[in-house]
Design a protein around this ligand. Sequence first.
Ligand code: NAI
Length: 259
Amino acid sequence: MARLSKLSRSIAGKTALITGAASGMGRATAHLFADEGAKVAVIDLNAEGVEKVVSEIRDAGGNARGWQLDVADKAEIEKVVQEVADHFGGLDILINNAGFSHHMSVEHDEFEANWARHMDVMLTAHVRMVRAALPYLKKSGAGRIVNIASTEGLGATPGISPYTSAKHGVIGLTRSLAVELPKYGITVNCICPGAIHTGITARIKDEHKQIFSRRRIPLNRYGEPEEVAHATLSLVLPAASYINGVALPVDAGLTIKNA
Ligand code: NAI
């Protein structure tokens, strides 16, 4: 038997499917995985963004192809996942990352539609992607699933109850699948990013970001998407074979700071 210290710390040659890859953390993850030699399926609702990221990766010498997909569309998910596997000859890594956040009080008239969209995109889509990808991940031998949850899955901020509930659900889904899928050699983990500079947080004024950072974040700053992408990479390595079912905060200590 090969020495366990020789387990591979490379994803070169693996195929990775990343949702929400046109922007923010998904884009950073697509770039990092391609830089590491993976074949990358860039998936997003935003077709222009998909094309841009695919071109950037190819210009840097990487292997990527893009698909436009609304992850709330079940039939399209099944079609796209099959196309990805056919194109690259399999699928080893699934990153469920696509998401959005929309502030709305529980008292608002349109609350129910907002709730439904959050659940469709940020919870139901994850399990549908897993179900569509499963036949291929089983064949991989070292299948890896990483769901992007949030520190909002560990606590709560007023005014975003659908988002908070979906992210708590992502942690629950991760743990459920982590006890169900290892029989196929598949590990399932999730990341709980803190406050990160991305499209979602772009509308927050710099001044408010600074005040929040000073009060709440031990490192006194927002994180960069690449800093989350590196944590995601660490969970999908063949050498990460015994990491399963974790909800890893990548938040500079935000969730453990009391005062
Ligand atoms: P972002 O806005 O930069 O990227 C999100 C991407 O998801 C966009 O390209 C968007 O087009 C795509 N997307 C949205 N709805 C979609 C749909 N229905 N189908 C396909 N693609 C869709 O934002 P960010 O922050 O990079 O978001 C990535 C994930 O990180 C999300 O799940 C978000 O909830 C999570 N997150 C973000 C934090 C932050 O501080 N930025 C903190 C914690 C979690």
